[in-house]
Design a protein around this ligand. Structure first.
Ligand code: COA
Length: 261
């Protein structure tokens, strides 16, 4: 049984859970409540073995997430802002989530919204989506991981240009610089996203989680350390029933049935 939320919708479709940020009248901007509820929804899904993959999107056809709720910035002190970001970090909740998360980007994906997408594992965009880190226009800078994750994903030069100019780019440009995996017409966004989500969700959950962990190590360690960790995680797969099932199913020329054990 799901908790009920004020600012988001949580739906399960087979082994895929869909979180929809539901403040379309504010272009799904992230206020404190949304951050808390987003982290709580992820916590619920973390322990739910019936869920293999999470998709996050925004309600309506205009925005994925148009950033932090700027109205909350007015009059806020530095210490209060730090408490919001450290104590209720939605970005850390995404980053440390063990199952794959796919951003289904249906519109404005700006500031903290772009940082949410960057903290996801795969990004699929509608042709109508747009991306940017416009914080510089407010006299601030990205604070939800944008300077770090965008730089790792698209390289220092492109990250510098986007963050320092605050320029908004279209989905095609985002694809060209490697910010998104796919760009599709708006009416195909959900089908494309669910196709990828379902294909991942039918794999063995333990090997999916270990593979995700190994890939995340790549941008956080040097090559020797990453390769060592990969061997450890690869070897750990050999302790699972799913490894026996996958190998036997191949040898017996049948489809594997994974149990997540
Ligand atoms: N924080 C708070 N409110 C926001 C918001 C944000 N990040 N983004 C949009 N809104 C609100 C608007 O204030 C407006 O509220 P109102 O109807 O009470 O006046 C409502 O959402 C609709 O926004 P509007 O600007 O009229 O819609 P639009 O479709 O013409 O433009 C954007 C959409 C996203 C281009 C524009 O709202 C914008 O530039 N938002 C800020 C983006 C940003 O700087 N994000 C980084 C924050 S750190």
């Amino acid at each position: 049984m799901s908790q009920s939320f004020e600012t988001l919708l949580l739906e399960r479709r087979g082994r895929v859970a869909i979180i929809t940020i539901n403040r379309p009248e504010k272009r799904n901007a992230l206020n404190i409540k949304t951050r808390e509820e987003g982290a709580a929804a992820l916590e619920e899904l973390r322990g739910d073995d019936s869920v293999g993959v999470v998709v996050i999107t925004g309600a309506g056809d205009k925005a994925f997430i148009a950033g932090a709720d700027i109205a909350e910035f007015a009059g806020r002190t530095a210490l209060a802002q730090r408490a919001v970001m450290v104590g209720r970090s939605l970005f850390t909740a995404f980053d440390t989530f063990p199952k794959p998360i796919i951003a289904m980007v249906n519109g404005y994906c700006l500031g903290g919204g772009c940082e949410v997408a960057l903290a996801c594992d795969i990004r699929i965009a509608s042709e109508t989506a747009s991306f940017g880190q416009p914080e510089i226009n407010l006299g601030i800078m990205p604070g939800g991981g944008g300077t770090q994750r965008l730089t790792r994903l698209v390289g220092e030069g492109k990250a510098m240009e986007l963050i320092l100019t605050g320029e908004i780019i279209d989905a095609r440009t985002a694809f060209e610089i490697g910010l998104v995996n796919h760009v599709v017409p708006p009416d195909q966004l959900e089908a494309k996203t669910m196709d990828i989500a379902n294909r991942i969700a039918e794999k063995g959950p333990v090997s999916v989680a270990l593979a995700k962990e190994a890939i995340k190590i790549a941008s956080r360690s040097n090559l020797d350390e990453g390769l060592r960790r990969e061997v450890d995680l690869f070897s750990l797969c050999f302790s699972t029933e799913d490894k026996d099932e996958g190998v036997n199913a191949f040898l017996e020329k049948r489809k594997p049935v994974f149990k997540g054990k």
